[in-house]
Design a protein around this ligand. Sequence first.
Ligand SMILES: CC(C)(COP(=O)(O)OP(=O)(O)OC[C@H]1O[C@@H](n2cnc3c(N)ncnc32)[C@H](O)[C@@H]1OP(=O)(O)O)[C@@H](O)C(=O)NCCC(=O)NCCS
Length: 193
Amino acid sequence: MVRFEHVTSDGTELVFREPVKGEAKALMSFINSFVDEPMSGLLIDKKVSLRGEEKWLESRLDEMRSRSTVMLLAERDGRVVGSCHMTRLPWKHSHRADIGVALKLEIRGKGVGEALMRRTMDLGIRRFRGLETVELSAFAYNDRALALYKKLGFEECARIPRSAKEGRTYFDEVLMRLDLPYVSRGRKSMRGR
Ligand SMILES: CC(C)(COP(=O)(O)OP(=O)(O)OC[C@H]1O[C@@H](n2cnc3c(N)ncnc32)[C@H](O)[C@@H]1OP(=O)(O)O)[C@@H](O)C(=O)NCCC(=O)NCCS
């Protein structure tokens, strides 16, 4: 299993690792924590059940085995506090992958998003042969996410007006893409190894 240790500048110790079978409960409590947060940055607005999360995890683990998804969890004191996955698109889109990242409130703003995304992208670029582009989307209000993605080299390529609705409020969505290779920790990432 891929595993990295990460220490933030304020000394918070984290482990980045791949998910394993049997941890749907921890993942369910992680993802459900975003449902009660207004403007959480995520699409989810209804809590998922344990059965739903078990099925979701099973599919992700299948995709990891077939090398179409890479995923890293951030763990703090044995609790899941962050997640990042990168999934290769199928067929004639297979030179593209999309990426998503989410951290619990307690570890935001400490550079963890950047570190977790860089690790996940490095892994995906190594495992997905022939990958050319990484894509993502963020709500236009999500200044921190947009700042992070720009810092990593993503560029806006489209905008969907009123893409999401929370209560009576609509939010635009920004689509961004990054053409590979990208520079990670001062060196050129290898493409398609
Ligand atoms: C978005 C998210 C992944 C960013 O990760 P993070 O670890 O909190 O972000 P970082 O600490 O790496 O900060 C990234 C950059 O954003 C900028 N930033 C930080 N806080 C900011 C704020 N409140 N407003 C604007 N920019 C901000 C900083 O400039 C930072 O760059 P720096 O390293 O040059 O200072 C994380 O906050 C998160 O999970 N939020 C909730 C879920 C979410 O929105 N997911 C993304 C969906 S698209």
